[in-house]
Design a binder for this molecule. Structure first.
Ligand SMILES: Nc1nc2c(ncn2[C@@H]2O[C@H](COP(=O)(O)OP(=O)(O)OP(=O)(O)O)[C@@H](O)[C@H]2O)c(=O)[nH]1
Ligand SMILES: [Mg+2]
Length: 369
């Protein structure tokens, strides 16, 4: 099978161009968003790269005849699966009294699609998006994957070119500190000068936890308790490429702690800071939305990190959440191991966690610049 890669200014334009050039029977298997240019003579431009392959066109339907014939009627009946009662034998008439579902073809594409979506606990909003425009006879697994790939964004930009300050936000125990340590080690391995600031002087043992990770990877770490100490820490780390900022887990009810964190974060410049929300895959969509709304009140969340994928059998609640808040995903974690249990988010790493799909997903051109 031949894979084709095409770059355009947006996902929609890339798909439009691909369809114009290659026809509509294409299957998109990955999408990558990034920024190009931004040098002295060139303007920064957003780009989207899609990779796809072509599937065989289904034979075009015969052109509709002007008059409806008996054969047409038979086809309509078959499609509607409700034969004219006048034409039925008494036994067949009894059969029509069975529950409607029994009469449906068990292979009905919509039914099977709904079953797969149920199995993956995909929520209503994403579910309607996936089923919208779904045609009987579509290759189910591919069609579902296509729709999910087109609905979930990946933050390639932040993975490849992270802003200097990466602030980790999220509820208590969501995996902020552990994930931060994994990411710190990852960027250190690729040659960046990394430092860690922790704002968590509240939970007992929080500093010791992050210090143990930082020491293991020879990464400098500073504990910041107040606004004046942030200025000192930023000055101390001014020559570093990347500073990961750990925060305390917040209960929305703790007004004083919320205010404290808000004050501390106001000292990071907007243009040099990204805010990453850690979302355990074990959390219900509704709860994730509630958490998101809470943090979004005081900082614009840049991207999502899905944690604890190893603790759940379904990624659906997270995918539904990401679809609803329209935020890109930058990393995934699937275990307590530091630094190993970390993956850069990709359409493949996310769809790999879907169950009930009858297809083998292979990585294609997934290295990041
Ligand atoms: N199974 C599993 N456990 C994880 C994962 N990520 C983190 N954990 C565990 O979850 C627990 C909480 O992780 P932390 O990193 O301390 O979470 P936190 O958000 O910093 O917690 P607070 O600082 O208390 O708000 C720890 O026991 C971690 O080892 C993961 O991907 N999978
Ligand atoms: Mg922590």
């Amino acid at each position: 099978m031949q894979y084709i890669t095409l770059v355009s200014d947006s996902y929609e334009k890339a798909v439009e161009e691909a369809k114009r050039k290659y026809g509509s029977s294409l299957r998109i298997i990955s999408r990558k968003e990034y920024t190009s240019g931004g040098g002295i003579f060139t303007r920064k431009r957003r780009k989207c790269e899609i990779t796809f392959y072509l599937v065989e066109e289904k034979p075009a339907k015969e052109e509709k005849k002007k008059n409806v014939t008996r054969q047409d009627l038979a086809e309509f009946e078959q499609e509607a699966r409700t034969p004219d009662p006048e034409t039925l034998t008494s036994q067949e008439r009894l059969d029509t009294l069975k529950p409607a579902r029994d009469l449906e073809n068990v292979d009905s594409t919509q039914d099977r699609a709904a079953e797969i979506l149920d199995k993956n606990e995909i929520g209503m909003s994403l579910r309607s998006h996936i089923l919208d425009g779904f045609e009987a006879g579509d290759d189910l697994s591919l069609a579902i994957c296509d729709k999910i790939i087109s609905s979930v964004m990946i933050d390639h930009e932040n993975q490849a070119h992270p802003r200097k300050y990466q602030v980790f936000l999220g509820p208590t125990g969501s995996g902020k500190t552990t994930t931060l340590a994994k990411i710190a080690s990852l960027y250190k391995t690729v040659g960046k000068n990394v430092g860690i600031i922790t704002l968590d002087s509240y939970r007992i043992g929080a500093y010791e936890q992050i210090k143990a990770f930082a020491d293991a990877f020879s990464i400098p770490v500073m504990l910041v308790r107040g606004e004046d100490e942030i200025i000192l820490a930023k000055d101390q780390f001014r020559s570093l490429d990347l500073v990961l900022v750990d925060t305390m887990g917040l209960s929305p009810a703790d007004a004083a702690l919320n205010l404290k964190l808000r004050g501390l974060l106001s000292l990071f410049g907007e243009s040099e800071t990204s805010y990453l929300l850690t979302c355990p895959a074990t959390t219900r969509t509704e709860d994730m939305l509630r958490i998101y709304r809470h943090y979004a009140q005081f900082k614009k969340i840049s991207s999502l990190i899905v944690t604890k994928l190893d603790e759940t059998g379904s990624i659906g609640p997270f995918l539904t959440f990401a679809y609803e808040v329209k935020l890109p995903v930058s990393f995934c974690t699937n275990g307590q191991g530091v630094p190993d249990d970390l993956m850069k988010a990709s359409t493949l790493s996310l769809t790999e966690y879907l169950t009930g799909l009858d297809m083998e997903l292979k990585p294609v051109n997934d290295q990041l610049s």
